[in-house]
Design a protein around this ligand. Structure first.
Ligand SMILES: Cc1cc2nc3c(=O)[nH]c(=O)nc-3n(C[C@H](O)[C@H](O)[C@H](O)COP(=O)(O)OP(=O)(O)OC[C@H]3O[C@@H](n4cnc5c(N)ncnc54)[C@H](O)[C@@H]3O)c2cc1C
Length: 291
């Protein structure tokens, strides 16, 4: 790890944004479960200023704002797993948290860190994409005002470790539309173990079912491209259609052959990842059809 010249742990958002606005910025530290191992391994070079955001008031809350569930960036995976508002309004995230790492890692790992680390294998990325979530980013204006903007997650990921977050900005929250009674969701995480493992692939589905027909279909794939992505060809085959085995198979094939762009790496070959996408998407859709 490079020498850290300054370590700051402000309690106010404005102070943190002022640090980020300075020339050279700062490396943001949340739970540190990605940053610390990556720094020790020499895979990232932190800035001379390390900015610990864990003490900032109000960034670790879960709240309802109209039809959105707002997850502060410091909401941990443990909070996702146990918070009643998450279970009631976005149960898919409770399910995801239950498949995430170990208890020790869950206690420290934050939703914001998972998104900003931007690993295509990050477990909250595909469900949040499928749920049409938005990232909320804050920065300090020249007159000292705090400015915020929202970025749909579909536009947030730019590559492994890269996001649409501009210099001087901090991710402050993730806004997730609350589930309606018609919404059907599914999550699949493929790895060598059911949990405690980085995903070989992940798949998240969110769709409304109106009188047997699928509407607003969103299928997201993880670890099959440099960024988590929406399986647009598969979605188009499902949109506005009743779900039967032939359609499930066609959509699963489209997801594997047209949407996924996997590579060979230490966890799996590209061929195996395509097989997983096809088989697991089909299994997921068949399960929805039966439900
Ligand atoms: C043993 C182990 C098991 C793991 N298992 C899993 C797993 O099952 N699934 C999974 O998805 N991940 C897993 N991870 C990875 C990691 O735990 C997650 O990605 C976690 O959510 C990262 O959150 P954090 O708060 O620790 O982020 P940090 O390490 O603090 O930060 C990660 C990156 O995001 C930046 N950042 C953090 N917060 C902000 C913000 N608010 N604004 C701007 N930038 C920010 C940091 O600068 C850094 O670049 C595992 C890690 C370990 C060590």
């Amino acid at each position: 790890m490079d020498a850290i010249e300054r370590y700051l742990a402000p309690r106010a958002l404005r102070q943190a944004l002022a640090v980020l606005a300075q020339p050279g910025g700062a490396t943001v530290l949340a739970g540190g479960t990605d940053l610390m191992p990556q720094s020790h391994a020499g895979r990232v070079r932190p800035a001379p200023t390390l900015l610990n955001i864990r003490r900032i008031d109000g960034l670790d809350t879960v709240s309802l704002d109209g039809t959105s569930l707002v997850l502060g960036t410091l909401v941990t995976v443990t909070t996702l797993l146990h918070h009643p508002l998450v279970a009631q309004h976005v149960p898919l995230l409770t399910e995801v948290a239950d498949r995430f790492a170990s208890v020790q890692i869950r206690n420290a790992a934050t939703v914001g860190g998972n998104l900003c680390n931007a690993s295509p294998a990050g477990d909250t990325l595909t469900p949040l994409l499928a749920l049409d979530a938005e990232a909320e980013l804050a920065r300090l204006a020249d007159d000292g005002a705090v400015l915020t903007r929202r970025v749909p997650l579909a536009d947030f990921f730019a590559g492994p470790g890269r996001t649409a977050r501009a210099a001087g900005e901090l991710l402050t929250a993730v806004r997730v539309p609350v589930a309606t009674p018609q919404l059907v969701t599914r999550f699949y995480k493929g790895g060598t173990r059911p949990a405690l493992d980085i995903s070989t692939i992940s798949i998240a589905l969110a769709t409304r079912r109106d009188a047997g027909v699928l509407r607003g279909v969103r299928l997201a794939l993880g670890a099959v491209a440099p960024v988590p992505l929406r399986a647009r060809h598969a979605e188009a085959l499902l949109e506005g259609q009743p779900l039967d085995p032939a359609r499930a198979l066609a959509a699963a094939r489209a997801a594997a052959e047209q949407d996924a762009r996997p590579i060979d790496d230490v966890r799996a070959s590209a061929w195996y990842r395509r097989e997983l996408v096809r088989n697991m998407t089909q299994r997921m859709l068949d399960d929805v059809a039966r439900a």
